[in-house]
Design a protein around this ligand. Structure first.
Ligand code: SF4
Ligand code: SF4
Ligand code: SF4
Ligand code: FES
Length: 958
C-alpha cells in the first residue's frame, strides 16, 4: 500500500514518506473499494490509491489543491451535497461514491459551461490529443452544448506572443489557476495573478506582456496548463511528439531530468521529468526551452584541418583529420619531448567521454598533462573538502534543503545560476527557514517576492576568509559551538590549534569590519543564527572558489560546519553549487593532472599499477601540467600541442591576451566542439562535437548524482565525442575498442572504489544514483559523513586571511567581479544560438549610482573598463544592487571580452583564477576598445572562411 501526502502528488522523499507512515492512518471505502491512507489525505488522492479515477481539471499532482473547477465532485454517505474530492480530507469509515447519475449530470453541466466559452477548434489546436479539457469532455460524456456560442464569451481576447518560447491565448483559458499556482508553488516567482472577478476573471502577468513581466520563463505554468492557453511555440509549429526519451539537461550542475518529446529524430519539446530526483518535474528556461542550439545552422559537422592558423580550413574525412592530428602530436613529441603536448577534458561532455580523454592523454600521449575547466571554477572545492572531510564533493542531496532551518548562501546566485534548486530553496524559505546571504551584490535571494533574507552581509570582494573567520570567532568566543560533536567526530590536535587561532582578537567582527565592510553587529547576529537556529546548511558557488584564497575559504566553511555539528544528516552540510552540467563528473573521472578516477593520486603505487594493468601501458607517477602551466609553457616555447574537447579557453579563461598568445604559439591545437568557438580561431584541427541529444552516457550533478544521458538522435557529424576520442587514440597507436559507452562505465566501475556499484542497468533500475555507490551503499549515498568523516576524523584547518595582491589603486579604484545570468550559460556558445538572447543580448556592466555619477556615466552609456591586464568596453547599467566601489558583469558574449581585463592571480592551492577580484577603472567612451576592433576583424575573417554566422552583437562604435 502506498502512502502519499495530500498536497504533494509527486514522489515523496524518503523522510517525508517515513513521516507519513508515522502519522495516523484512516481507512475508507471508495466505490466499494477499501483504501487506507494517512489522515489528511484528500479523497481524490485516496481514489487514485484505490485505482479509481475521478475527473479533474484544476488539480494536478504537483501543486496544492484549489477546488475551483467543480469537476471532481463526489457523494459521501451521510453528507449533504457533492463536495470537491480534491479538497475534502479522508475520514475513517467514509463511504465515497465517484460515479453516480447525479454526479454525471453535474459534471456534464460544468463541462458544458466551460465548452460554451471555448473555441471549438480542437482539430487544428496545438494541444489536440494532449488536452485535459478535451479529455475531460470525453470522460464526462459531454455530447452537446445547449447554451450556444453567441452569448458573452472570451473568443476575441488577444494572444500574447511576446515570450519567445510559449504563447498565451486567453480565449482558451478556463481560469483554473493552475498556472498561477505553479508559478507560486513550483517556481516561486509569483509573476501571475487572476485579475478581475467572475466572468471578467483573467490570468495576468502583472498587466504586462509575459516578456516584460517578472516571468523568468521557467515554463512551469505551461506545463501546468490543462488547455492550449499556454503552449510551447515549438508544439504549435511542429505538433505533438510521437515518442520520448528520458535524458539529462546539458546546462548546469543541477542536472534536471527531462523527457525529450520527439517526432522521429527531431525534438518537439523538452518536458521536465517528474521522476527526476534532482528536479522533481521542474526546470528553468535553459533546459526546457533553449535546446535549439543543438541543431543550429552553425553546428560544425565536418572535420577540418589547416597547417597554419592563417590558412583557410579544409574539410576532410574523419580518418584524415585524426590521422593528421595523431601524426602532428607524435611529431611534436619527437621534436620537443614527451611532455610537450597535453589535453583538456570537458565538463560539458559525459563521464565516459571525459574518462576516455584523460585515458588517452595518460596512456596514448604517455604523460599526465590533463586538466579540466574545474581548474577555473571549483578546483578549490576539491582541495578544501578533501583536506577537511576526506572527499572532494558536496555533502548532501538537494532534497536535504527541505529540512534546513537556516540556509547560508555564500558567493552564489542560485536564482540565476542554479534556478531549479533555487526554487526548492525558496519553497523551504516560504515554509519558515531563515536565510543569511554573504555576497557583495544584493542578489535576488536577498529580497524577492516572498523571500527576505534575515541578514545580508555585503562584503568587499576578496574578504571572504576574513568574514568566515569572524563568524567562527563569534561562535567560539560566545560558546555557541557543539563541543560534543567536535570531541566525538574531529581531530583534537588540529581543533586545538585552530581554536587558539580563531579566538585571536584580529579575527573578531569588529577587527575585520574595516577590511570586509560588513557591520560587526550584523555579522555577530548572523553567526548566532547559524550556530543556534537548528539545522544549518551552507550553499556556495564561484564567489567562494574564484579567489586567491578559494581553497582557504572552502576549508573555512568546512570548519564552521564541523564546529556547529552541521555535517552528517539531512538539512545541514557544505554544498558547492557546481557550475557546468558535468563538472563534478569531470573531476571524478580523473581529469586533474595529479589524480586518477576517484581522486587517487598518480604517485600512489598500487593505484597506478591497477591502471597500468587495466590499460596495458606504463603510466607516469608525477603530476602533469595544469591548464595555466600548459599556457605558460606554450608562451615559453616548451609546450606545443593541445587536444581540447568541449572547452573554450580563449573565452573562458582569465587574461585573454595571455591565453591567445599561448594558443598562437602552439604548433598543433585540436579543438573538438559543436561550434567554431573562440579557441578554434587558433586550431589546426577541428573535430565536430556531438550534443547531449546525440549520444549515450552519464552526467554527475552537484549532489554527486549520476544520471543517464540517452541518445535521442544520431550524431550530426557521424561520431559521438567518445567515438572521436577513440579514433584519435587508435590513430596514435593506442587501441580503444569500446562499442558502447556502457562498456566505458563498466571499466570506470572496475577501477574506481566509489563507483563499483554503478552500471547502466543499475541506473536504469534506480533512475539515478549518488556516489559512493558500491557494496557498502548499493543504492548510492545521498548524505555523506553520517557516522564518521570519509577521512576518519574531521580536520580543522587554520584559515589565515591573506588579502589578495590585486589591490585597488588610484589608477584602478574599483573592484570588478563577474558572474552569470539566468538566460545565458557560461561562454554563451549554446544559449547565444537560441531565443534566450531576448533577455540578454549583450553583457552589461552594473555600477552603483554614486560611482556612475562621479564618472559622468548615465544608464545605458558605453563605458571602457580597464585593468592592468587590458581594456574592453560595454554598456553600463546604473543600479543600487551594487555597492559603491564594486562593479559587475557577465562573460556570455565573446565581444565583451570580460576576461581581457581579468588577471593571472589565482588560488594558492589549485591555481583557480581570481575572476572575482580585478582592480579596474571605468570611464564613458564613444566606441569599442582596440581589442574589440581586432576581435571583430578576426571573427569576420574566421566566420567567412568557415561559412558560419558571426554571432557577435552589433551596436559597437556608437
Ligand atoms: S492559462 Fe491555463 S492554467 Fe492558467 S488559468 Fe488558464 S487554463 Fe488554467
Ligand atoms: S514561465 Fe515560470 S515564471 Fe513565467 S509565469 Fe510561468 S511559471 Fe511563472
Ligand atoms: S536548472 Fe540547470 S539543469 Fe535544470 S533545466 Fe536549468 S540549466 Fe538545466
Ligand atoms: S479538480 Fe477538484 S475542484 Fe477542480
Amino acid at each position: 500500500m502506498a502512502l502519499i501526502q495530500e498536497t504533494d502528488f509527486g514522489t515523496p522523499s524518503p523522510l517525508r514518506y517515513s513521516e507519513l507512515v508515522a502519522q495516523s492512518l484512516v481507512t475508507l471505502e471508495i466505490d466499494g473499494k477499501p483504501v487506507t491512507v494517512p489522515a489528511g489525505t484528500s479523497v481524490m488522492r485516496a481514489a487514485v490509491e484505490a485505482g479509481v479515477s475521478v475527473p479533474k481539471l484544476c488539480a494536478t499532482d504537483s501543486i496544492k489543491a484549489f477546488g475551483s473547477c467543480r469537476l471532481c465532485l463526489v457523494e459521501i454517505d451521510g453528507r449533504r451535497g457533492t463536495p470537491a474530492s480534491c479538497t475534502t480530507p479522508c475520514e475513517p469509515g467514509m463511504k465515497v461514491h465517484t460515479q453516480t447519475p447525479r454526479l454525471a449530470k453535474l459534471r456534464r453541466g460544468v463541462m458544458e459551461l466551460y465548452i460554451s466559452d471555448h473555441p471549438l477548434d480542437c482539430l487544428t489546436c496545438a494541444a489536440n490529443g494532449n488536452c485535459e479539457l478535451q479529455d475531460m469532455a470525453g470522460v464526462v460524456g459531454l455530447r452537446e452544448v445547449r447554451y450556444g456560442y453567441e452569448g458573452a464569451n472570451h473568443f476575441d481576447k488577444k494572444k500574447d506572443e511576446s515570450n519567445p518560447y510559449f504563447t498565451f491565448d486567453p480565449s482558451k483559458c478556463i481560469v483554473c489557476s493552475r498556472c498561477v499556482r505553479a508559478c507560486e508553488e513550483t517556481q516561486g516567482t509569483f509573476a501571475l495573478t487572476i485579475d478581475g472577478r467572475g466572468f471578467a476573471s483573467m490570468v495576468s502577468a502583472g498587466n504586462k506582456p509575459f516578456l516584460e513581466s517578472e516571468c523568468v520563463s521557467c515554463g512551469a505554468c505551461v506545463q501546468a496548463c490543462p488547455t492550449a492557453t499556454l503552449t510551447e511555440k515549438s508544439v504549435i509549429a511542429k505538433g505533438q511528439g510521437e515518442h520520448s526519451v528520458v535524458t539529462t539537461c546539458a546546462y548546469c550542475g543541477v542536472g534536471c531530468a527531462f523527457k525529450a518529446e520527439m517526432q522521429g529524430s527531431e525534438v518537439v519539446r523538452m518536458v521536465p521529468y517528474k521522476d527526476g530526483k534532482a528536479n522533481h518535474g521542474h526546470s528553468c528556461v535553459k533546459g526546457r526551452f533553449a535546446w535549439g542550439y543543438a541543431t543550429h545552422a552553425d553546428r560544425m559537422t565536418k572535420p577540418m584541418i589547416r597547417e597554419k592558423i592563417t590558412d583557410p580550413w579544409r574539410e576532410v574525412s574523419w580518418e584524415e583529420a585524426v590521422g593528421y592530428a595523431a601524426s602532428e602530436f607524435r611529431r611534436l613529441q619527437a621534436k620537443y619531448g614527451n611532455e610537450s603536448i597535453g589535453g583538456i577534458t570537458s565538463s560539458r561532455c559525459t563521464n565516459e567521454e571525459t574518462y576516455l580523454v584523460q585515458k588517452l592523454i595518460r596512456a596514448a600521449f604517455g604523460n599526465n598533462n590533463v586538466d579540466t575547466c574545474a581548474r577555473v571554477c571549483h578546483s578549490p572545492t576539491g582541495y578544501g573538502l578533501k583536506t577537511t572531510f576526506g572527499t572532494s564533493a558536496g555533502t548532501q542531496d538537494f532534497d536535504s534543503v527541505e529540512e534546513a532551518d537556516v540556509i547560508l548562501v555564500i558567493g552564489a546566485n542560485p536564482t540565476d545560476a542554479h534556478p531549479v534548486f533555487a526554487s526548492q530553496m525558496k519553497k523551504r524559505l516560504r515554509e519558515g527557514a531563515r536565510l543569511i546571504v554573504i555576497d557583495p551584490r544584493r542578489i535576488d535571494m536577498v529580497r524577492s517576492p516572498h523571500v527576505q533574507s534575515d541578514y545580508h552581509l555585503p562584503l568587499q570582494p576578496g574578504t571572504n576568509v576574513a568574514v568566515i573567520n569572524a563568524i567562527a570567532h563569534v561562535i567560539v568566543t560566545e560558546g555557541l559551538l557543539r563541543e560534543d560533536y567536535v570531541t566525538e567526530r574531529c581531530e583534537a590536535a588540529t581543533f586545538e590549534l585552530w581554536r587558539n587561532f580563531i579566538v585571536e582578537e584580529r579575527n573578531s567582527p569588529e577587527a575585520t569590519e574595516p577590511l570586509t565592510g560588513v557591520p560587526s553587529a550584523d555579522l555577530r547576529a548572523a553567526a548566532r543564527l547559524y550556530a543556534t537556529g537548528g539545522n544549518a546548511a551552507i550553499y556556495y558557488g564561484l564567489g567562494v572558489t574564484e579567489h586567491s584564497q578559494g581553497s582557504t575559504m572552502v576549508m573555512g566553511m568546512a570548519n564552521l560546519a564541523m564546529l556547529t555539528g552541521n555535517i552528517g544528516r539531512r538539512g545541514v552540510g557544505v554544498n558547492p553549487l557546481r557550475g557546468q552540467n558535468n563538472v563534478q563528473g569531470a573531476c571524478d573521472m580523473g581529469s586533474f593532472p595529479h589524480e586518477f578516477t576517484g581522486y587517487r593520486h598518480v604517485s600512489e603505487g598500487p593505484v597506478r599499477e591497477q591502471f597500468e594493468q587495466a590499460w596495458n601501458v606504463p603510466l607516469q607517477s608525477d603530476p602533469g601540467l595544469r591548464i595555466p602551466n600548459m599556457l605558460d609553457a606554450a608562451v615559453e616555447g616548451t609546450f606545443k600541442g593541445l587536444y581540447v574537447q568541449g572547452e573554450d579557453i580563449a573565452q573562458s579563461d582569465p587574461n585573454t591576451k595571455h591565453v591567445t598568445a599561448a594558443l598562437a604559439a602552439m604548433e598543433c591545437v585540436v579543438v573538438q566542439d559543436l561550434f567554431l568557438n573562440e579557441t578554434a580561431s587558433y586550431a589546426h584541427v577541428f573535430l565536430p562535437g556531438s550534443s547531449f541529444l546525440e549520444k549515450d552516457g552519464t552526467f554527475t550533478n552537484a549532489e554527486r548524482r549520476i544520471s543517464r544521458v540517452r541518445k535521442a538522435m544520431p550524431p550530426m557529424a557521424g561520431k559521438a565525442d567518445w567515438e572521436a576520442t577513440m579514433a584519435l587514440s587508435n590513430a596514435l597507436g593506442y587501441p580503444m575498442t569500446y562499442t558502447h559507452p556502457s562498456e566505458i562505465m563498466d571499466e570506470i566501475a572496475r577501477l574506481t572504489p566509489t563507483f563499483t556499484g554503478v552500471s547502466y542497468a543499475r541506473l536504469d533500475e534506480l533512475g539515478s544514483v549518488q556516489w559512493p555507490c558500491n557494496d557498502k551503499a548499493p543504492e548510492g549515498t545521498p548524505i555523506m559523513h553520517i557516522d564518521r568523516f570519509v577521512r576518519g576524523e574531521g580536520r580543522f584547518m587554520i584559515t589565515e586571511f591573506v588579502p589578495t595582491e590585486e589591490r585597488t589603486t588610484g589608477r584602478f579604484p574599483l573592484i570588478l567581479t563577474t558572474g552569470r545570468i539566468l538566460s545565458h550559460y557560461n561562454v554563451g556558445a549554446q544559449t547565444r544560438r537560441t531565443e534566450n538572447n531576448a533577455w540578454h543580448s549583450e553583457d552589461i556592466l552594473d555600477i552603483h549610482p554614486f560611482d556612475a555619477e562621479y564618472r559622468g556615466i548615465q544608464d545605458g552609456d558605453r563605458v571602457a573598463i580597464t585593468s592592468r591586464a587590458g581594456e574592453t568596453s560595454l554598456r553600463a547599467r546604473v543600479t543600487e544592487r551594487m555597492q559603491p566601489g564594486v562593479v559587475y558583469t557577465t562573460f556570455h558574449h565573446a565581444i565583451t571580452g570580460a576576461n581581457v581585463v581579468t588577471t593571472e592571480f589565482a588560488d594558492w592551492a589549485t591555481d583557480c583564477p581570481e575572476y572575482k577580484v580585478t582592480a579596474v577603472e571605468v570611464r564613458p567612451v564613444k566606441k569599442e576598445s582596440e581589442w574589440q576592433a581586432r576581435y571583430r576583424e578576426t571573427k569576420r575573417l574566421t566566420t567567412q572562411i568557415a561559412g558560419v554566422h558571426d554571432l557577435t552583437p552589433a551596436g559597437a562604435g556608437d
